[in-house]
Design a protein around this ligand. Sequence first.
Ligand code: ADP
Length: 589
Amino acid sequence: MKSIAHLWRFVKPYDRQAVLGLLLLAVVVAVDLALPRLLQQLINTGIQQRDMGAILNISLVMVGLTLVSAAGTVGSMLFAVRVSQMAATDMRRELFVHIQSFSFANLDRLPTGQLVTRLTSDISQVAQFIWMTMRSFVRAPLMMVGSLILVFLTNWQLGLLMLVLMPITIVIFMFYASKAQPLFMQVLRKLERLNTILQENLAGVRVVRAFVRASHENRRFDATNVDLMGRAIRVERMLAVLAPTLRLLVNLGLVAVVWFGGVQVVEGNLNVGQIVALSNYVWWVMMPLVMLSLSVGFISSADASTQRIFEVLDSQPELVDEARAQALPAVEGRVALENVVFTYGGYDETAVLEGINLVVEPGETVALVGATGAGKSTLINLVPRFYDVSEGRVTLDGVDVRDVTLDSLRAQVGAVLQETVLFSGTIGDNIRYGRPDARDEEVVAAARAAQAHDFITSFPAGYDTLIGQRGVNLSGGQKQRVAIARALLARPRVLIMDDSTSSVDVETEGKILSALDRLVAGADGYIRTRLVVAQRISTIMNADRIVVLDRGRIAANGTHRELLASSPIYREIYQSQLGNHEGGGSHEG
Ligand code: ADP
């Protein structure tokens, strides 16, 4: 239950409204506590002495107070809703902003699915907890203490009896809470596992279809689902026993009041009205404990949600501007990796890259080839500093990338990543993503270079065509071309491309490459250096230089012709693709 206390940070900005809500709640409690006293009077002075006037007066006061109590309850609820929703909004905003600061390494550790759950259902859970706290969790103990005091004031012997019954209830409650909490946590974990399977399955639904694995997925889902049911039943079984047990205790308390009180009435120490009032108070002394017990599950899950939210908030961005970092001035585009060693960290401590020394001169295009897992993507991700090297350094025009601000570095290093991500919105907006103020002509020029202009203008709405859920679905190759246009529009000095034309047909790819060549060589060209990862030999054959990576090391380095003569690995890749006479596993994009 420690985590829940952290929530205060989000409620604090609204403490005034929270206090107002609680004050209203205090009024409600005071009124509710007064009502049994009035009932007592009604019985004693009104009913027993047959005084119609008194009955009417007291009844009217009671109705009035009930109205006050109702109005107070509504008011305090409204404050509770406001405070909890405002806190939740702030929490969502803070989480979102914090996630924006995450580096690639942070995102490796907290996958998208989990971040989504934390931003949505965990925050709702916590908001509901704040609301419940301001409503019931504060009210119940107030009623309990107030009632206990009133019981004592009316009859101290009965007060003592309550003091005996209460610890019994508390012990039962504690016992139950200690048993139930781990169970609730298990249920939550199972639920999370179920969500993971669901998310994986929905995200990969096409793969499931393609491999005809639906029945396997059904079994996997079913196993977890049944497991969840088993645990949920165990929890509910405890609840099924607990609730009547606690009620029994409450009723025993009531019987004690009536029995013990009855004796006192006979002895003349107590009157009937007092007994009625007392039985009300006894109810209020015991009920909060019952309510709390029944809320154990809810409180546990709110606690777990709080933990999960703070796990994200407390993760430090692993890659930030160093204190000494300065803005990178416009560069010529000389990229150098010096004695680079790289380890992803986490479980696997083996180096993914080792002893990398590579210089790419301005104006040069260097292609990386090698088997999957050789480390190609990892290598090019070091240039825009998506990850930091473990040893050695990466420099741009001789400046260590860790010595400059991330913004200024990435403004000059454009990246077309392996996974093409477009946002919902128009195609034009997507191309403008890195430079929202670009002129239309510039957008068109970038799209032309990326061979995207023709297919874009074939849509009736052209650049204003919506993509995503409410718009057109672009093919893999079309998406890649939009992503290339997006990178080009930002006018980077250094362009890194990670398998960025894999879904584009060979002919179109050829056109993209020559357009890029013109951007490198041309008088108004802005790109100086290109680092390209590709599977297809056709993509890279004409590169100035080809670097062959093998298990994290540079195995060979030279032109296509040189490597054919000197590198067995390169020859193997080349020949394996020649058999595939198109020159690579291309498919129409
Ligand atoms: P390539 O691009 O040549 O296929 P990668 O650079 O993607 O190779 O991967 C090199 C190695 O690093 C692989 O063994 C891969 O499993 C591992 N790897 C890649 N990305 C990550 C990551 N985000 N976290 C941990 N290991 C990774």
